[in-house]
Design a protein around this ligand. Structure first.
Ligand code: ADP
Ligand code: ZN
Length: 737
């Protein structure tokens, strides 16, 4: 009697090799389905892997195929559509499938835990409720802080993992609280997600005619279709999505909403919850592992009809998908810039197609890629040209900083405008995309500039921490008043948000100034507090980086000052114009969203640069149209497709050597549509002690590019030069460095 032949399981394991590995099912067990996890012997260790496919034959000799040691899931965690998305992602980005699976699965599942794992929790006891926290705070402030945090989490307690995020050294502090019986440890399941805990839905405003028309356009698709919802800031895009979401949710299907960043999530999440009257399942990196898994489970089971998350949420399984929304389509945080370099926005479109559901991309500043698809008729273009509810568009004006020089970043015309707006009870936002006190520290005597020892970059002065920090590698050293070369006095040159904040406090004494950047909001909850203050108008002057320019709605804000726009005017990247226009239009869009008219002042030393006339007279639309014509003439995306091959090594020659291998391999292809540029040093040639080089591939059509990359990857994986090098493939790169 012959034994029935067992299927070969194609298992994705999180290792940097581009293929799946062949295994047999465990002895005596039935063959598990694709989408189930298995534990497998891998080299000399055990690894968790995901079955992505099954086959009847293996390329390996029969006696070399090993058996799985265990099957971890009775039923598949991921369905065929989700597996297809994983395979697609691996193929399209030419990235190891095991690492795609790692991005797609929540951490606990990746580690082999069950769908309902027990996790370590910290719970406050009844005795804790009776404790005099203020008294404790005087004697032992850290203990009080910990106790308060745990009490605030409620009766079920808080996950140990989440605590570690909030209070990194909590374990030491917890000791005496545990001994005193104020805290208890427990192994528990994180509570299941419950969408009904949200308060009842509140109705929104009646839609205006433009919004009705856009909504009708969105409703054209019930199956797959891409709609770009292109509306000026404050035009009521969110209201339009909300109506479309209501349709879908009412028919018991799920909506997946992708948002750019966690800083943005609180406002949008609060709004969705309030208007739809259901609790969204949230997926972002600020959550505890068990909490995140609970949200993922609820999405997978269909218990959450509204799923909101950042980038990697695009991989969340959905029991009953009905609609995908990408809010702020142009935002760069949708593109992961390391490891698996994917665009969640682009994958949203792929996924919508696989699921046969509509996808809506919203923005006031659409990328040229999306506009190009609209122009060629692939995507539908819905426009909201006016602000909703009678708010006026902000007026833009230039301040020539050669005629009116700025002191500590502020010119006299800007200072006068700030004074006027504050006097009229308005709120002011100053935008400067540079954190720290000053970008340069220079010696007044010998001219020596403090530089990072590991990067080709200057150290930024952080006056508050009294540190000199490298923003590229994290290197830091103490700030001293004396030059390290000649011992004379040093001085900070140029301005960052910290200096601007200080200057504003001096110029406008008694006014409340709030700075919002990644330094000021490092502490948990600081961002939320600052935004709340800003929103309620409690902060009179806001100073911030990019963080503050996105998506927020500050009803009292009437003046926006752009401190230094010139960095973007002479960018080397073909996207710099598009990007500068996006950032100015987005930050300008914060002004005048309430009843007060908005004014925007832009400080520039190049007021005659034609970019400004185009932007001020024609708005983003005109800038985009001109950039589009230029891209067509010069053959840059969206008229061509790019992939960037990067390499970094301790020696410059090594970084270049691997790219030379790639260049030669590509030169052997008889493909006239493929252009290979480089290898060249990266714009910042040395970073974190490594020399960096790059090779750019440009192709007229996508297929040629992908065929070349497919052949190239194994060549690179096997080449000897690769051993000394960190290399990566970036398909559709958004940064060319
Ligand atoms: P966007 O998403 O385009 O920036 P929002 O949807 O946030 O715009 O709307 C901007 C502001 O206008 C919000 O305060 C919103 O409540 C209000 N709004 C939106 N649509 C209308 C409408 N049809 N009538 C009155 N107010 C509206
Ligand atoms: Zn550095």
């Amino acid at each position: 009697m012959t034994r029935e032949k067992q299927p070969i399981l194609k298992v994705a394991v999180a290792v940097p090799l581009s293929r799946a590995f062949d295994y047999l099912p465990p002895e005596g067990s039935q063959a598990p389905q694709p989408g189930c996890r298995v534990r497998v012997p891998f080299g000399s260790r055990q690894a968790v892997g995901l079955i992505v496919d099954r086959a009847t034959e293996s390329d390996l000799a029969a006696d070399r195929v090993r058996r799985c040691s265990a099957v971890l899931d009775e039923r598949p965690l991921l369905g065929p559509d989700e597996l297809e998305l994983i395979r697609f992602t691996s193929d399209y980005y030419h990235h190891p499938v095991g690492e795609v699976v790692s991005t797609a699965l929540p951490a606990l599942l990746r580690k082999g835990k069950g769908l309902h794992p027990l996790v370590e929790m910290l719970v406050a006891t009844d005795a804790a409720a009776a404790t005099d926290i203020e008294g404790l705070a005087r004697r032992a402030p850290k203990q009080a802080e910990l106790l308060e945090t745990v009490c605030d989490a409620g009766g079920n307690g808080i996950e140990a993992n989440e605590l570690t995020e909030l209070l990194p050294n909590w374990r030491r502090t917890a000791k005496s609280l545990l001994e005193k019986g104020l805290l208890e440890r427990a192994d528990a399941r994180a509570p299941d997600f419950d969408e009904t805990i949200a308060p009842a839905a509140t109705p929104g405003p009646e839609l205006n005619d433009d919004q009705e028309a856009a909504l009708a356009t969105l409703r054209q698709h019930d199956g797959f279709g891409v709609c770009l919802l292109d509306g000026v800031t404050g035009s009521g895009k969110t209201e339009v999505y909300l109506r479309r979401m209501q349709d879908v949710i009412a028919s018991d299907r799920q909506v997946l909403v992708l948002v750019p960043e966690i800083g943005l999530t609180p406002q949008i999440v609060a709004r969705l919850r309030k208007r739809l009257g259901i609790e969204p399942a949230l997926l972002h990196s600020g959550l505890g592992d068990a909490q995140r898994l609970a949200a993922w489970r609820a999405a997978r089971a269909g218990a959450a009809r509204l799923v909101v998350g950042t980038r990697s949420a695009i991989f969340t399984p959905l029991a009953n998908p009905g609609l995908i929304i990408v809010d702020e389509e142009h935002d760069h945080s949708f593109k992961q810039q390391e490891g698996l370099r994917y665009s969640a926005r682009d994958l949203a479109i792929v996924r919508a197609k696989l699921l046969d559901v509509p996808v809506v991309l919203g923005t006031a500043t659409p990328t040229l890629e999306m506009l190009h698809h609209c122009a060629s008729g692939n995507y539908v273009h819905a426009r909201l040209p006016r602000r909703a509810g009678g708010a006026q568009p902000p007026s833009l004006r230039l301040v020539d900083t050669l005629r009116a020089p700025a002191t500590d970043g502020i010119s006299e015309p800007l200072a006068a405008a700030i004074k006027r707006h504050l006097g009229e009870g308005g709120q002011v936002l100053l935008f400067l995309n540079r954190r720290g006190f000053a970008p340069t520290l220079i010696c007044a005597t010998c001219g020596h500039v403090a530089e990072c020892a590991r990067c080709d970059s200057r150290l930024t002065v952080h006056a508050g921490q009294r540190r000199l920090l490298c923003h590229h590698c994290g290197y830091g050293r103490d700030l001293t008043d004396r030059c390290s070369e000649c011992g004379e006095t040093v001085k900070p040159l140029g301005e960052g948000t910290e200096r601007l904040e200080e200057a504003l406090r001096q110029r406008f004494p008694g006014r409340r100034v709030t700075r919002i950047d990644s330094d000021s909001t490092r502490e948990q909850g600081a961002m939320l507090d600052a935004l709340q203050q800003a929103k309620e108008g409690e902060a009179e002057i806001l100073v911030g980086t990019q963080m503050l320019s996105k998506g927020h709605h500050f009803p009292h804000l009437s003046l926006v000052g752009v401190i230094n726009a010139d960095q973007g005017l002479f960018g080397t990247d073909f996207r710099s114009g598009e990007r500068l226009a996006q950032s100015i239009v987005q930050v300008a869009g914060r002004a005048g969203r309430g009843s007060r008219a908005g004014e925007v002042l832009i400080q520039t030393a190049y007021p005659d640069n034609p970019f400004w006339a185009t932007l001020i007279q024609g708005g983003y639309e005109r800038v985009a149209a001109e950039a589009m014509a230029e891209r067509e003439a010069t053959r840059w995306p969206p008229y061509t497709r790019l992939a960037l091959l990067r390499s970094a090594a301790h020696r410059r020659e090594d970084a270049h050597a691997l790219l030379e291998v790639a260049r030669r391999a590509l030169a052997d292809r008889s493909d006239p549509t493929l252009r290979v540029l480089g290898p060249v040093d990266a714009p910042m040639a040395r970073r974190a002690g490594r020399y960096r080089a790059q090779l750019l591939l440009q192709a007229g059509d996508r297929r040629a590019l992908h065929a070349a990359l497919r052949d190239l990857r194994p060549t690179l994986e096997q080449d000897r030069a690769a051993r000394k090098v960190r290399w990566s493939i970036d398909v559709d790169p958004i940064e060319l460095f």
